[in-house]
Design a protein around this ligand. Sequence first.
Ligand code: FAD
Length: 411
Amino acid sequence: MKPGTVGIIGGGAAGMAAAIAAGRQGDRVILLEALDRTGKKLSATGNGRCNLMNRHPEAYYGDPDFAAAVLGPDPLGESLAFWRSLGLPVRFDSDGRGYPCTFLAGTVLDVLRAEMRRLDTEIRTGASVTDVEPDGSAFILRLADGTSLRADRVILATGGGAQAKLGGNFSAWPWLERLGHRMAAARPALVPLKTDKKAISGLSGLRVKCRVSLESPEGEVLHREQGEMLFTDTGISGICVMQCARFLPESGGAVLFADFVRDLFPDRQALKRTLLERAALFPKDMAQSLLRGLCADKLAYAVCKQAGLALRGETIGQLSEKQIGNVADALAHYRIPILGTEGMERAQVMAGGADCGLFRPENMESRIWPGLHAAGEILNVDGDCGGYNLMFAFLSGIRAGENGRREKHND
Ligand SMILES: Cc1cc2nc3c(=O)[nH]c(=O)nc-3n(C[C@H](O)[C@H](O)[C@H](O)COP(=O)(O)OP(=O)(O)OC[C@H]3O[C@@H](n4cnc5c(N)ncnc54)[C@H](O)[C@@H]3O)c2cc1C
């Protein structure tokens, strides 16, 4: 494949990786970014620390087979080699998450921008593309300012719909559909959940380690996670909660059950016995003191309420064995009815997007239109929290930019 002019739409993770990979192969690259600067979403990732990758096996949804084919046999090694070629050492935390050695997203942007400068990438910010039209074997890209440009190849790296203020949008959807591509319905993934008010009453601001199980209205377990849950004014958040979002049934009615003492009491009977022993030790204390030392006061109050205790001044000694059993059940199986998600504006990632079956994983090229490529979140691939989404965005961007030509800078 001879070098040519490559128009890249979207200056996010995938677009910048594609620009570098294509530039290294000698292509003339024009990178078009609608916002006033490149990498705006990237700079917000990982709470400003930019979780670039993960050591552990990939966790992808949508089209996981396509994701695996794109990532290849050694995604971690290839990712590290890419960042090394830019002069960026990666540090891993104890959970296997990889970050820039500075733990600053700004450092990632610095090395990407420096390499694009070295390669003479033409970067146009404030350049919103409004349409893409095939023109013989090339493409015409139309911009919002009325200008247009011609490119031999086009890489759609417009991202997903999550968080419009960081560039999330669906601008490429009508172009792709017009060109014969199919789009899987979009919905927010990795997003906080809205819940029934009663289940979270008085708990806002509390963080608690737990194991969660998302269940359908019929009681079928849809997904299990563990980690830290954060109670908010409108519901629940935290990684373990956000990772449940993509499993919510469209018909609604899901319930999330939280076990707040799983690590201490894997066996419910042992928990009940412990609470009965406490009851014998502290009969004169207020009923909610039964959970003193096991969880925060406000959670103890909420758990006792869910267990059906009146909490109108009764003492532990006044509780029946059955009531104590109910408290154990509520602590290990706290019921939180889910009303929905906090929506695309609070989501970190979008599920859905361009049907991967119509793209070639080796170079991200359309099977319908030679020369048209897509990379990153525009595709129907989304990953767990932990660096998987950026890893896919960067590696798919590299595949699209290289277009089957070897990456000379990888070692
Ligand atoms: C708050 C937050 C934290 C996150 N943290 C992490 C994390 O730590 N680790 C991780 O792996 N993932 C994280 N993610 C997810 C990750 O950021 C995305 O999956 C990733 O950025 C997708 O890369 P992309 O290049 O496909 O899209 P984007 O990075 O969204 O880039 C797309 C770009 O295209 C531009 N664009 C769109 N349409 C047009 C148009 N018509 N013309 C010109 N330009 C256009 C947009 O302005 C945007 O800049 C996080 C996301 C958010 C929102």
